[in-house]
Design a protein around this ligand. Structure first.
Ligand code: ZN
Length: 182
């Protein structure tokens, strides 16, 4: 069983306090992947920052995605549906103190497709969490993004080399036909 994990596609990370201009470009591919995941009955997970005052990471970034604030909401384009897992986290990794591993195991998940932001921070730490818990890891390169000025290729290479992630594309995952060459 596959799970699609969408990391931190929240108001604060797309257009808010920690806005990333690169995030706009991954919304459309993510919508297609999410639609396919729903059609095929994958487990869908929204791994969302939901900070409490005093969370250690806030020393680095300042306040963002505070639990209950509008900035901590998933963007409307990717809104969770009933029955999908909304998994609040208070640090970078989707598996860190969240109970997500147990929720996935209950549903028979053995492969995680990790998407969202940021390739070199939360996607990376979530991939580490997935590796050490024995999940196969797939990363569609057009459904993740790093900060501007951070090499996307280096970030993806790290996931491949260090966590054994399969780096692919949304088209490949949704089974879209390859473009016909003239
Ligand atoms: Zn955070």
């Amino acid at each position: 069983m596959k799970a699609l994990i969408i990391v931190d596609m929240l108001e604060d990370f797309v257009g808010g306090k920690l806005a990333n201009p690169k995030a706009q470009a991954i919304i459309e591919p993510l919508q297609r992947l999410l639609a396919r995941a729903r059609e095929e009955g994958w487990v869908v997970v929204f791994s969302n920052d939901a900070h409490q005052p005093g969370d250690p990471e806030l020393k680095v970034w300042g306040e963002h995605a505070m639990a209950g604030d509008p900035g901590a909401e998933v963007i409307a384009e990717l809104a969770p549906r009933e029955g999908e897992i909304v998994s609040p986290k208070r640090s970078y990794g989707a598996f860190d103190g969240t109970g997500l591993d147990e929720q996935l195991r209950e549903r028979g998940v053995d492969e995680v497709v990790i998407t969202g932001q940021h390739t070199h921070i939360c996607v990376r730490h979530s991939s580490y969490g997935a590796l050490i818990r024995g999940y196969e890891i797939t990363i569609p390169r057009d459904a993740v993004c790093a900060f501007e000025g951070v090499s996307e290729e280096d970030a993806l290479e790290y996931l491949k080399a260090t966590y054994g992630a399969t780096v692919t594309t949304v088209d490949e995952l949704v089974g879209a036909p390859a473009p016909v060459s003239a």
